[in-house]
Design a protein around this ligand. Sequence first.
Ligand code: CP3
Length: 342
Amino acid sequence: MAVKNDLFLRTIKGEEVERPPIWLMRQAGRILPEYREVRASVENFVALVKNPDLCAEVTVQPIDALNVDAAILFSDILVIPEAMGLDYQLVEKVGPIFPKTVQSKADVEKLISGQEAADRIDYVYHAIDRTLERLENRVPLLGFAGAPWTLFAYMIEGSGSKTFSKAKRMLYKEPELSHMLMQKITDTVICYLKTKIKHGVSLVQVFDSWAGLLDINLYKEFAIPYLKQIREELAEFPVTLFSKGAWFAYEELQALNPTVMGIDWTISAEKSRSILGNEQILQGNLDPCQLYANHESIASKTVEMLNTFGRNHIVNLGHGVYPDTPLDGVKHFVNTVLNYRY
Ligand code: CP3
């Protein structure tokens, strides 16, 4: 059955559209009181991620509350490390914690990978099925996975970090072991995304949230080759590469032929266009903190961004919406885009 609001799908096909589509990274989350209510009804974050009916419910919430043009499946990138053998918890105000991490060759060898690991994430595939039932074809559903480097970073470090210096130390000190782990993660990501696609998502976004911690040499050696494998394995399927902070590798990322390139707020719309050209579909990139400002400022900065990106643009923030963003600021941002015309 055709999707009723197909603006996002027409945009990624390169068709001429009346306005850019909009969705927000982390739209299914704590900015919505109805999300916080569901979240409070379960024991912890992981229990929510493993409950397909509740995942479907919170995935659809922002479609009702904000009128955005695409739904992103509620889940987390950390389901992959867990499937590979590293359980995680989400600690309030601390972030993800992995009691067990990867430190040695024996640890890497023990990890489950590929289809066997992807099969352990069946609760996500069930969540896609439930979500598609609930969405009733109103908007397309987006799937996602963490990029190999970002998942590697959590698996070595065991938590969030400003520098991820333990993970980077592994790249510098044990390149061979690092490649071995990257390959196991990549094999799992590929099987996982293929299964998501089979279940009916319309595009998959690969989140390389910690790309900006690497320099161009490390990024070319340890990130690009694995993103390339992912891109090639998904063949013609629509893929967004969002490598946060990796403006230094935009040419190399574009050479992988992504359908969409995700742009964070640290590079201007103008500069990203000048590097990537007018034909490349770009997604982004308002600073999430702009939504703390007054409505006038939100509207004027948004219109300025839309005018600068021009066509071939999907509107988003430059990273996930922060949980304490005033909901009326978020709505003002979305409505400014809904009312815009090229
Ligand atoms: O709305 C959506 O975007 C879909 C759901 C989604 C979540 N996490 C839900 C979530 C998506 C796409 C993610 C991706 C994710 N998870 C990334 C990549 C994107 C990015 O932000 O860079 C990363 C690095 C993670 C790992 C992760 N999960 C962290 C660092 C945290 C804690 C940070 C925080 O904001 O507290 C999470 C938890 C998380 N994932 C929450 C949500 C809604 C908040 C926890 C809660 O509700 O209790």
